[in-house]
Design a protein around this ligand. Structure first.
Ligand code: TYM
Length: 335
């Protein structure tokens, strides 16, 4: 890239609910790390989003710190990227209100994640419904060009694009139209016990996921218990969802192609494959866990990072919000 050329911007975020797990790592965070050199990156802990389900306040606060330490331990470099707590930048909530006014109910009714969550949740609140609009604000405030996420966020991303386009058309060009960045393989990691549903960090059954901070013995146990099928050969075949998912995880952490993995296990048993897979995951997570244990207790350092992130993020966000308020006709704030 020409040195005078402005870097494009990447933005993404994770809800601090449940245990950060390998599906978040494979689907999103591995790409976050890779994109840091080429792009100006903003990585959010979307704490406002997490309020859409019941939270224990002190656990939520603790979890936010834990997530920040895990972002760092996974390789997010604060010298290159901004790490920002969503609630530290009031413009997220402010832009959400404006975008609410150009969002159609029909669009929110179509959101599959809302439909799924409202089947499971007892607390179906308005926040859960307008959740995708807050996500659009996260993205559009920073004029993000690229949004690295897993496949489950595709529909939300489409809404962000539609809202950006709608606003730009109604007023004048204001928002960058963001592109999704979804891994071709690993964009949808499935539950270990029910490979027909996605692996989720807030699943009630911990055997369904592997948390980034799971101990080696726990990882081995979860992989050994993972559902496969009654066949004996190791084949990368979508119609065998349990094994297909495990091969995707193997591939993500070993860097090997599924076809090479198939060849390596010709004539071998599921137990050989599973033992090796557990070993590969354990080895990949070990450096992350080591780094995490060094950082997590250093609250002073984490607070300093968050302050730095918040100051820079507020500056970027306020430029967009000021423009938006002016275009829609709000009276200029007297300073
Ligand atoms: P969240 O917190 O559910 O998930 C965080 C990231 O992990 C990805 N992911 C997966 N990838 C592959 N396989 C899976 N089974 C899997 N489960 C989760 C998600 O796609 C996501 O990238 N709404 C978002 C958070 C958000 C956001 C944003 C993302 C809020 N504002 C702005 C991007 C940009 C969410 O709940 O992700």
């Amino acid at each position: 890239m020409d040195k005078t050329e402005k870097k494009k911007r990447v933005l993404s975020g994770i809800q601090p609910s449940g245990h950060l797990c390998i599906s978040n790592h494979i689907g999103a965070m591995k790409n976050w790390v890779k994109l840091q050199d080429e792009y100006e990156c903003v990585y959010l802990i979307v704490d406002l989003h997490s309020l859409t389900v019941n939270q224990n306040p002190s656990e939520l606060r603790q979890r936010c710190y834990s997530y920040i330490a895990q972002y760092l331990a996974c390789g997010i470099n604060p010298d290159k990227s901004l790490i920002v707590v969503q609630s530290h930048v009031p413009a997220h909530a402010e832009l959400t209100w404006v975008l609410n006014t150009i969002t159609y109910l029909g669009e929110l009714n179509r959101m599959t994640q809302f439909k799924d969550k409202s089947k499971k949740e007892k607390n179906i609140n308005l926040g859960l419904y307008t959740y995708p609009v807050l996500m659009a604000s996260d993205i559009l405030l920073y004029q993000a060009d690229l949004v690295p996420v897993g496949a489950d966020q595709k529909q939300h991303l489409e809404l962000s694009r539609d809202l950006a386009h709608r606003f730009n058309t109604k007023y004048s060009p204001t928002f960058t139209i963001p592109d999704p960045f979804i891994p071709k393989q690993g964009g949808r990691i499935m539950s270990l016990q029910s490979p027909d549903s996605k692996m989720s960090k807030s699943d009630d059954n911990p055997n369904n996921y592997i948390a980034l901070l799971d101990e080696p013995s726990v990882i081995l146990k979860k992989i050994k218990r993972a559902v496969t099928d009654s066949n004996t050969d190791i084949k990368y075949d979508e119609s065998r969802p349990g094994l297909y998912n495990l091969i995707n995880i193997y591939s993500a952490y070993s860097g090997q192609k599924p076809s090479d993995i198939e060849n390596m296990y010709i004539g071998k048993m599921y137990s050989d494959f599973k033992n090796d897979l557990a070993e590969i995951i354990i080895e990949s997570l070990q450096p992350i866990q080591k780094e995490y244990s060094k950082i997590f207790n250093d609250k002073e350092y984490l607070d300093k990072l968050l302050l730095d992130g918040a100051i820079k993020a507020r500056y970027i966000a306020s430029k967009t919000l000021t423009k938006v308020y002016r275009k829609i006709g709000l009276v200029k704030k007297i300073r």
